[in-house]
Design a protein around this ligand. Structure first.
Ligand code: UDP
Ligand code: MG
Length: 322
C-alpha cells in the first residue's frame, strides 16, 4: 500500500477537486493507497471538508493541528502516521500533478528508494524565478548537501527512506536538505510547471527569505567559518595598518589627524563584528530550540481509520482527545 501525505493549509476551494482527481488516478491504475491529510491550522473550512471526505472515503484519514505549525511539521506528522510500504508527499493545490503517480510507483517498483519529481519554471514570474535560481546557486556553493532547482517536496520515499527521515529528530527541519542528506538511490521524473488555479500561494516573500536562511544554517557551519576568516583578515590588516601609522608618527610626528581613516575603520570593524555576532546568534538560537525538545506539532483532533497507528507516533505525539 502507498501512503499519501498531504499538508493542507487554507485549501478549502480545491480540496474536493484534489481528492477526486487523485483517487481517480489511483483507482484507474489499481494502486492500493491510504490518504493522510494534515490540516495545518487552516482558518477556512478545510477541516470541515476533510471531515466530509474521511466520512465517505475509507482510504482517507486526517490529522488536525491546534494551530498553524508550518508545512515541515505537517509533513512530519503525515510521515509519522503513514503505514504504507512507501510514502508519496504531495501538495493539496494540484500543483503536483497526480498523473505522475503511476510513473513514480513504477520507478519505486524498479528498486528506487526516492523518486523525485522536478518541475521547470514555466509561467512563473521573472523575479521569483531569478531569486530561486540565485538561491540555488548560492546554496550549493555553501552547503554540504546538494539541492536542485525545481525539485520540491513532491516525491516518493520507500519505507526505509521514511524511517531514515524520521530518525532525524531535529527541531529546525529543512526537508529539501534532509531528503538529500539521507541518500539512497534516486530517480528523477521531470514535469511542466503547473500554476495554482485556486487559492493563493501560502508563502509570503518574507517567509521564503526565512526559508532560504533556514536552509543555509541548518546544513552547515560555513557562515560561521566565513565570519571567522573575515574577522581574522580584517584584524591582521588592521595590525599592519597600526604598525605603519606608528612608524610614520615616529618618523614625521603627527601630521594630520586621520579622521577619515579612523571613522571608516571603526565603521568597518563594527559592521564585521555585528555580522559575526548575528551569525553566532543564529546558531545559538538553533541550539536553544533544539535543547527545548518541544514537539514539532500538537494535534487537536484526528481520524485515523486504520488500526495500526505506528507506535512511534503514538509515543511522540501530544494528542488532546476531544
Ligand atoms: N501548507 C501547509 N502549511 C503552511 C503552508 C502551506 O501545510 O503553513 C501546504 C499547502 O496547503 C500546500 C503546500 O503546503 O498543500 C504548499 O503550499 P503552497 O502551495 O502555498 O506553496 P508553493 O506551492 O507556493 O510553494
Ligand atoms: Mg503550491
Amino acid at each position: 500500500m502507498f501512503s499519501f501525505v498531504i499538508p493542507c493549509y487554507n485549501e478549502e476551494p480545491i480540496m474536493h477537486r484534489f481528492h477526486k482527481e487523485l483517487t481517480t488516478i489511483l483507482q484507474e491504475n489499481q494502486i492500493p493507497y491510504e490518504l493522510i491529510f494534515i490540516n495545518d491550522g487552516s482558518k477556512d473550512k478545510t477541516l470541515e471538508i476533510l471531515k466530509e471526505i474521511t466520512e465517505k472515503d475509507q482510504h482517507a484519514h486526517y490529522i488536525s493541528f491546534s494551530r498553524n505549525f508550518g508545512k515541515e511539521s505537517a509533513m512530519l506528522a503525515g510521515l509519522n502516521f503513514s503505514t504504507g510500504e512507501a510514502v508519496i508527499i504531495m501538495d493539496a493545490d494540484l500543483q503536483h500533478p497526480p498523473h505522475l503517480i503511476p510513473d513514480m510507483v513504477q520507478a519505486y517498483r524498479n528498486g528506487y528508494d526516492q523518486v523525485i519529481t522536478k518541475r521547470n519554471r514555466r509561467g512563473e514570474g521573472g523575479i521569483r524565478t531569478m531569486f530561486s535560481k540565485l538561491y540555488y546557486r548560492l546554496m550549493n556553493g555553501m552547503i554540504d548537501v546538494m539541492l536542485t532547482d525545481g525539485v520540491g517536496d513532491f516525491r516518493l520515499l520507500s519505507r526505509r527512506a521514511v524511517d531514515a527521515l524520521l530518525s532525524l529528530q531535529e527541531y529546525n527541519r529543512f526537508s529539501k536538505g534532509l531528503f538529500s542528506w539521507i541518500g539512497f538511490q534516486e530517480y528523477v521524473i521531470e514535469y511542466d510547471n503547473v500554476l495554482r488555479d485556486q487559492g493563493t500561494s501560502k508563502w509570503s516573500f518574507g517567509q521564503l527569505l526565512n526559508y532560504a536562511l533556514d536552509g543555509l544554517i541548518s546544513f552547515n557551519n560555513k557562515p560561521l567559518r566565513l565570519a571567522i576568516y573575515l574577522g581574522s583578515f580584517v584584524t591582521i590588516t588592521d595590525i599592519f595598518y597600526i604598525l605603519y601609522t606608528f612608524i610614520q608618527i615616529l618618523m614625521h610626528g603627527i601630521v594630520i589627524p586621520g579622521y577619515f581613516t579612523i571613522i571608516s575603520s571603526v565603521g568597518l570593524l563594527g559592521g564585521i563584528q555585528l555580522i559575526s555576532i548575528g551569525v553566532i546568534g543564529e546558531y545559538i538560537g538553533r541550539i536553544y530550540y533544539e535543547s527545548k525538545k518541544r514537539p514539532h506539532y500538537i494535534i487537536e483532533e484526528k481520524r485515523i481509520q486504520t488500526q495500526q497507528v505506528r507506535e512511534k507516533s503514538a509515543k511522540e505525539d501530544f494528542v488532546y482527545n476531544k
